[in-house]
Write a protein that binds this ligand. Structure first.
Ligand code: OAD
Length: 229
């Protein structure tokens, strides 16, 4: 059986990383249009970097939780019939050991030079001199994440659609299901005959197509899922 798992910020909540939406969400205290768009970066790259370095410092202290680890076990069990697609940029799935992983929105530890186009991992969490500069050419670098208004990495998106068409079971974990195109994946899977399971303490648009709803935090929800499979 082909199993496709989609995760969002909710799976990292138990690792102490704030989600975007909801009462404690980042978008309650920060404005996405000032921090997470190409326009914001053009206007004030230092401010955007300051925000990303703060998020990096929160993420650097976090460890993968039981939910991340259980997904690694599922990957081992299902082998080639498993794919994990995450909207998260925190890298915790990799840190937990996930290998069959697609990062749909990029990775906060990656950077891209706007001048020489170099792409590399950068682990800076504090810097006096902002914005950060390219280690090769000194040009302006940007975080390797997808911002509002930008397209998703083409290969990653292609793979996500292919698996949404082909999977027999689609599991959505800890996503509000409002950011497209990721939010469309459970609907595509459902239309193509997959069973859909949602793990989320709250109702979301995905709940409307879910065959099974596990209204629990990610870690206990994934435990329950594992028992069901
Ligand atoms: P959101 O912050 O929109 O949604 C988080 C979801 O996690 C909500 O539905 C919560 O109910 C749920 N949740 C909270 N705690 C949980 C827990 N312990 N276990 C399971 N679920 C829990 O995050 P995303 O859906 O990931 O985009 O947001 C999608 C995109 O919007 C992000 O990737 C980011 C953001 O703007 C980019 O960075 C491009």
């Amino acid at each position: 059986m082909k199993l496709l798992v989609l995760t969002g910020a909710g799976i990292s909540a138990e690792s102490g990383i704030p989600t975007f939406r909801g009462a404690q969400g980042l978008w309650k205290s920060f404005k996405p249009e000032e921090l997470a768009t190409p326009e914001a970066f053009r206007k004030n790259p230092a401010l955007v970097w300051e925000w990303y370095l703060w998020r990096r410092s929160v993420i650097a202290k976090a460890q993968p939780n039981e939910g991340h680890l259980k997904l690694v076990e599922l990957e081992k069990r299902f082998g080639d019939n498993f794919l994990l697609i995450t909207q998260n940029v925190d890298g915790l799935h990799q840190k937990a050991g996930s290998k069959r992983l697609v990062e749909l929105h990029g990775n906060i530890w990656k950077v891209r030079c706007l001048h020489c186009r170099a792409e590399y991992y950068d682990y800076t969490t504090e810097a006096k001199d902002l914005p950060l500069r390219c280690m090769y050419c000194g040009g302006l670098i940007r975080p390797g994440v997808v911002w509002f208004g930008e397209s998703l990495p083409e290969k990653a998106l292609e793979l996500a659609y292919k698996w949404a068409y082909e999977c027999e079971l689609f599991v959505s974990i800890g996503t509000s299901g409002v950011v497209y195109p990721a939010a469309e994946l459970p609907f595509i899977a459902k239309r193509h005959g997959a069973k859909v399971i949602e793990i989320n303490p709250e109702e979301t648009p995905i709940s409307s197509v879910a065959d099974v709803i596990i209204r629990e935090p990610a870690s206990s929800g994934i435990n329950r899922l594992t028992e069901m499979l």
